[in-house]
Design a protein around this ligand. Structure first.
Ligand code: FAD
Length: 450
């Protein structure tokens, strides 16, 4: 790809903060960073504006809470081998764990499952995907057959897709491409995204309020002044778009607005429990789950134990259950996770508990959920959501990142794709403020039409 940056390193941009860049990128999460890197590689001037006081968005690692790197949002790096995230891991000497090899401790009625029970549970997990395969775009609940341990298997899927089976589109489930890599990284996936964002001009604590695309180019009114640019890339979550926090002038076409409503945010919440180093017979990077009764499908708190060797058991809640539990506050969620853990591992474990933490993306006004899930029957709306407006307002982010929707890698790649589209359009339209990239843009367009 002409001008693309193939390694983690970005050229030095200096500290110049363009006031009227070629492209203003709204949101400095994985998608914004992916877009910015690609545009800079093409010689474009960009400015990312970010409502929060840090870059990374839902990719966020910090070490203050537990004294070790902890990802509040994405933690598993899943996607193709070509991801620049892998360059960061290599160049920085980070420690990665291949998580395809993870085992699962499965409990039934509070005791470890027998081999036969575990085999039946594993069968149920793969049969879900057979059931939804080739079923068009309907609620997953309508096509999944009932088998032993199916409610436990469905609960996993609810955590993965952040919605319950009734709200899960079979087309969404089938849209994923197989990952070439599936890694946990000791230093944190948020840290990797942060590394990828270094050197990109960004205005923090600067929220877009109005995107005026009525004239040539765009004018973005922010909490810190107005920025004019030839085009913009909007990367905020569908939660933020649906909230109306950003006003479009002229307003979004009805189809676009419908598409936002068709791909709402689901919820996946992490409730991390720190212990004093005792392992309770559980191994590092392992899953810990249990047979959820039929009537409580989706209402489980499963764990990953001691990820990358930390003393954390990270509990996971998904879908309606996650919305319900998180609405009651962190203390309730931590108690629930601890009760569940103790119920599986034994009451002795309680005295080894140090402290807990609940992720709060549901209440974060810059996100308002975990990641998006298309409503059953509305999978095609992801494409409508992605479609640019008037050759100057482009959309990227995890919600439009098929075949890696909802993922950090997908968000990054969707940013790159939007950047290529913007670059091509600006080059053809002649709105090329700081580069002469017509040659490569023509090539891009040609490639796209082949
Ligand atoms: C708990 C949890 C666990 C997850 N686990 C995984 C995982 O293991 N692996 C994985 O691949 N993915 C995972 N994900 C999903 C992954 O984190 C996201 O898909 C990805 O980070 C989204 O990136 P994005 O750029 O699309 O959006 P965001 O990260 O949301 O970036 C958008 C940015 O826009 C900013 N913004 C919002 N409003 C405005 C405004 N008005 N003006 C300017 N800026 C604004 C936001 O602050 C944010 O920084 C997880 C998510 C959550 C919540």
């Amino acid at each position: 790809m002409a001008g693309a940056i193939s390694t983690a390193a970005l050229p030095k941009f200096g500290n110049a903060m363009p006031t009227n860049p070629d492209v203003v990128i709204i949101g400095a999460g994985a998608a914004g960073i992916g877009a910015a890197r690609r545009l800079i590689g093409e010689g474009r001037s960009v400015l990312m504006i970010e409502a929060a006081n840090r870059i990374g968005g839902r990719a966020y690692t910090e070490s203050d809470t537990f004294g070790v790197p902890y990802d509040h949002g994405c933690a598993w790096l899943q996607g193709p081998k070509s991801l620049p995230h892998l360059d960061v891991i290599r160049e920085k000497g980070f420690t990665k764990v291949n998580h395809n090899l993870a085992d699962e401790a499965f409990f039934v009625d509070g005791r470890p499952a027998t081999l036969d029970e575990k085999a039946a549970f594993e069968r149920a997990q793969s049969e879900i995907y057979e059931d939804v395969w080739d079923k068009g775009d309907v609620p997953a609940a309508d096509v999944i057959k009932n088998r032993p341990f199916m409610s436990a298997a469905k609960t996993w899927v609810t955590m993965g897709h952040a919605v319950d089976m009734e709200s899960l589109s079979t087309a969404d489930v089938n849209s994923y491409e197989e990952y070439e890599v599936n890694y946990l990284v000791k230093e944190g996936l948020g840290r990797i995204v942060w590394e990828l964002g270094q050197g990109i001009p960004v205005k923090l604590n600067c929220a877009a309020k109005v995107i005026d695309w009525s004239g040539e180019g765009v004018k973005v009114e922010t909490t810190d002044g107005t920025i004019s640019a030839a085009a913009c890339i909007v990367t905020v979550s569908t939660g933020v778009l649906a909230s109306g926090a950003i006003k479009f002038v002229p307003s979004l076409p009805p189809l676009k607005q419908e598409a936002i409503d068709d791909v709402p945010m689901g919820l996946f919440t992490k409730v991390a429990l720190q212990f004093d180093g005792e392992r309770f017979g559980l191994t590092d990077n392992n899953w810990l789950s249990y047979a959820v009764p039929e009537e409580k499908t989706g209402q489980g708190c499963y764990f990953i134990t001691w990820p990358t060797g930390t003393d954390l058991a990270v509990g996971m809640l998904g879908g309606a259950y996650a919305w319900d539990v998180t609405s009651k506050g962190a203390d309730v969620a931590i108690d629930l996770a601890l009760e569940t853990f103790v119920g599986l591992v034994g009451s002795d474990s309680r005295k080894h508990f140090v402290k807990g933490h609940m992720s709060d993306w549901h209440a974060n006004p810059n996100v308002l959920g975990a990641y998006a899930a298309a409503r059953p029957g509305r999978f095609a709306s992801r494409d409508v959501l992605k479609a640019p407006l008037g050759r100057r307002v482009f959309f990227a982010g995890e919600a439009v990142a098929v075949p890696l929707a909802a993922l950090c890698s997908g968000a990054h790649l969707s940013g790159e794709a939007a950047a290529e589209a913007v670059h091509a359009v600006l080059s053809v339209d002649g709105s090329c403020g700081s580069c002469d990239a017509r040659g490569s843009a023509k090539q891009l367009l040609q490639e796209a039409s082949e």
